[in-house]
Design a protein around this ligand. Sequence first.
Ligand code: ADP
Ligand code: GN1
Ligand code: MG
Length: 376
Amino acid sequence: MKHSAENIKAIMSEFPLYGDFVSAGPYGSGHINDTYAVAFNQGGTPVRYILQRINHDIFKDPVSLMDNIERVTRHQAEVLRGLPDTSRRAIMVIYAKSGKPLYQDRDGNYWRVYVMIEGAHSHDVLETPSQAYHAARAFGSFQKLLADLPGGRLHETIPKFHDTPSRVAVLKEAVEKDACNRAKSAEKEIEFVLAREGVVSKLIDLNKAGLIPERVTHNDTKLNNVLLDDATGEGLCVIDLDTVMPGLALYDFGDMVRTGTNSAAEDECDLSKVTSNPAMFAALAEGYLSEAAAFLNDKEVEMMPFSGILITLEIGVRFLTDYLQGDVYFKTSRETHNLDRCRTQFKLVESLEAQEEKMARVVVEALGKARVLDAS
Ligand code: ADP
Ligand code: GN1
Ligand code: MG
């Protein structure tokens, strides 16, 4: 949904911001919310904000969602207080004139405003192992910081979000229904999933067996959901907090592998370009473990290579389901966009499967380095 600069100016006037509205335009490449960069002139100094319309078809309870985000960002601010540059290390929510963290317009849309973190960017495709290291370290540090979040369990903003077997069950229903007559064009992809049904409950089963714990996790650790500092390359701020809720740490690491090791874009059509880059995997494992080794248990560490395979399969299943259901969930810009994304994911699954043993050795090495770092 696109909103004009005039609309946006009116929405921004519901927030108690100092200065004059200058301009607004669409921002970023997220698949879910509508994001705008909004420029203000504050006494001669240009200042920008992020304005977002929360996709309430997907996030059914935006008030609970913002309650989670307030709790998480308040805790981050408390823990980070005193460090240099704290205002660039955690999202800052701007409260509306109503005193609430959201403004609801006459059409029922929910809007929120964040301070724009300047001098930092997110990357859709990572270019260097150093970027991978720093992005993964930032997500590890985020999980570590939230380990002692006060106030009890967070709301589940999307129930069963990383319940891979449920995702497969929904896919099967979509195949059965074939609402858009598209199943024929995705026969190979459907087969691909059915051939892997045996592994989809592996992490959930380990959790049920008490071998891996529930934690506060991000759940959408696509690497464009972390801002890297333009000057230092450091992982500065974890963003896109809508799915921060109870979850398994491994789904977070897995999604870093899905998005950080892919040598091509998520929707690349030339599948010969899609492979998992082992140097990126090593950097992700090192960066993540430099923070997470302090709290992960042995089983979680052991499952790190598998987690990348599983979530890549899961996200591929979700793209495929959305294709069959008529592109009702993810933003798309062409008819086969979701099918293309699914094919990319499945090609990546194959590449990761072929490297699983090698990745296990890399994780052991990375763990060793993290322990040396910790001891020094
Ligand atoms: P979506 O859920 O649609 O992915 P995000 O919250 O990830 O939305 O925001 C989309 C993009 O906007 C991000 O990838 C990032 O580039 C940018 N962005 C979001 N919040 C901020 C912020 N506080 N400061 C700077 N950039 C931001
Ligand atoms: C969505 O919001 P965004 O674009 O960061 C999706 C993730 C998927 C991702 C695939 C709430 O993430 O789960 O992994 O697209 N977010 C939601 O690119 O469904
Ligand atoms: Mg995002």
